[in-house]
Design a protein around this ligand. Structure first.
Ligand SMILES: NC(=O)c1ccc[n+]([C@@H]2O[C@H](COP(=O)([O-])OP(=O)(O)OC[C@H]3O[C@@H](n4cnc5c(N)ncnc54)[C@H](OP(=O)(O)O)[C@@H]3O)[C@@H](O)[C@H]2O)c1
Length: 428
């Protein structure tokens, strides 16, 4: 009989428990497909006495995930603890140093330490795989790193935080404000312990940085992702965007431009008829664009026990089959340290403002925009709400610098009430 691939699973929470269940439920199927059994040697979590609804009899137990990583009967450390540093990183480093492969779902750790960990794995002749770290059950790491390996990647786009998409689509469907839906999401347990990770775009930014590294052959640079959360999105913007044929999404976009590597995770308008525009609820979607393949759209569950464990077991199966891929699609030493593009590429913008109800107000606004080189594609004035008239402008493609210049000048017209709101429109 072929030698089993022996796992040490660190973390028995949502994902770890899901993995144990798949390994047990599909033992025969996994063995047939891999050509060898997939066995669990030992596990680790904080609390040994917790009832997890799992059959753990027969597996070794380690209180310390580093000890688990070093066990002689472990070939692959499956790190499912989470966190940028701490035990997850210590166990991952210990595993590589001890000559073990690593499978992890930990985007926070990889977004910050991915380059160093990939270099260490290369030097040790080990692999570190992380399909579950990006968009949960969607096999996008595989698609980008393997299926599209012959393409020059043009652009990567994605809605990669299900909680944010749930909040935005729920605001629209239930006609509720951000704060009310945020409270609902919190009560439903949809938010991370630190909600800023979700609504501030940080979690999705981690995922975008990982995909950008694979797609563009660059060193992971989460620090260069321009981050903006969804907190400032109002129900009014959602309605007005819909009136112009758009939906608002927390959208990640990465592309290589003449000015450097652009990585943005921010609210954007997308056409309501596009696949991204039609994405409802907590689902994730990743859009990949390659020179040969054109556009590919992948959609599925971005989180949860089954989908995430499905991605973890996919990586384990690769290792069992001897499919040993470098973490980011090429040797870590060949990954480029890209210069970040500090300003986003030109795009159309949605601009909403309130104007005083007085003759010539619109003309003044048009003049300021024109002077900054921002041209108007469409404009709509809404029913008068004393003393202000809401006005919505969709610009032609414009540079964000020109738009910022115009927005800074608008208060000097004396006709704009409050702060105008500008949101980028992503062409998809
Ligand atoms: N949940 C998802 O849908 C999802 C989706 C994609 C990626 N991920 C990623 O998957 C990873 C795990 O997420 P999760 O949701 O499964 O987390 P979780 O439910 O909070 O589980 C974490 C597990 O780690 C264990 N743990 C914590 N500190 C430990 C330590 N010092 N030593 C040993 N074990 C320790 C915990 O032990 P106790 O059980 O004893 O407390 C628990 O079993 C994270 O990196 C997360 O970002 C999760």
């Amino acid at each position: 009989m072929a030698e089993p691939l022996r796992l040490g699973i660190a973390g028995l929470g949502t994902v770890g428990a899901g993995l144990v269940r798949i390994v047990q439920r599909h033992a025969g199927l996994l063995e047939t497909r891999a050509g060898r059994p997939i066995a669990i040697s030992a596990v680790s979590a904080r609390n040994r006495d917790k009832d997890r609804g799992l059959r753990l009899k027969g597996y070794g137990w380690e209180d310390d995930p580093v000890a688990l990583a070093r066990r002689a009967d472990v070939d692959v450390l499956v790190e499912l603890i989470g966190g940028t540093d701490g035990p997850a990183k210590a166990a991952t480093e210990a595993a590589i140093a001890a000559g073990k492969d690593v499978v992890t779902a930990n985007k926070a750790m990889l977004a910050v330490h991915g380059q160093a960990l990939a270099e260490a794995a290369d030097e040790a002749g080990r692999v570190i795989r992380f399909e579950a770290a990006v968009a949960g059950g969607i096999p996008v790491v595989k698609a980008l790193g393997e299926g599209l390996a012959g393409n020059e990647i043009k652009r990567i786009l994605g809605v990669m935080n299900g909680t944010c998409n749930y909040i935005l689509t729920r605001m629209e469907a239930a006609e509720l404000g951000y704060d009310e839906v945020f409270a609902e999401a919190s009560a439903l347990g949809y938010l991370e312990a630190d909600p800023e990770l979700d609504v501030g775009g940080i979690d999705a930014g981690h995922k975008l940085a990982l995909l950008a590294a694979i797609g563009f052959g660059g060193q992971v640079s989460f620090g260069d992702v321009q981050l903006e959360g969804i907190q400032r999105i109002t129900i009014e913007d959602i309605h007005l965007a819909a009136d112009m044929g758009y939906k608002i999404k927390l959208l990640g976009v990465a592309s290589r431009t003449g000015r450097g590597l652009e990585q943005r995770m921010a609210p954007c308008l997308v056409p309501e008829t596009s696949p991204l525009g039609q994405l409802e609820g907590a689902t994730n979607m990743v859009v990949l664009e390659g020179d040969a393949v054109g556009q590919i759209v992948m959609r599925g569950a971005g989180a949860g026990e089954g989908p995430t464990a499905s991605a973890v077991i996919g990586d384990i199966m690769d290792i069992a089959r001897g499919n040993r891929l470098p973490a980011f699609g090429c040797r870590a030493s060949d990954l480029v340290a890209y210069k970040p593009a500090h300003n986003a590429s030109p795009a159309p913008y949605y601009v909403r403002m309130k104007l005083k109800d007085q003759p010539g107000a619109l003309a003044k606004v048009a003049t300021v925009l024109g002077n900054a080189g921002v041209s108007i594609d469409r404009m709509r004035q809404y029913r008068h709400q004393d003393p202000a008239a809401p006005v919505l402008i969709v610009t032609h493609k414009t540079s964000p610098v020109a738009l910022a210049e115009a927005l800074a000048e608008l208060p000097n017209t004396g006709v704009v009430i409050g702060e105008p709101v500008a949101i980028r429109i992503e062409e998809v």
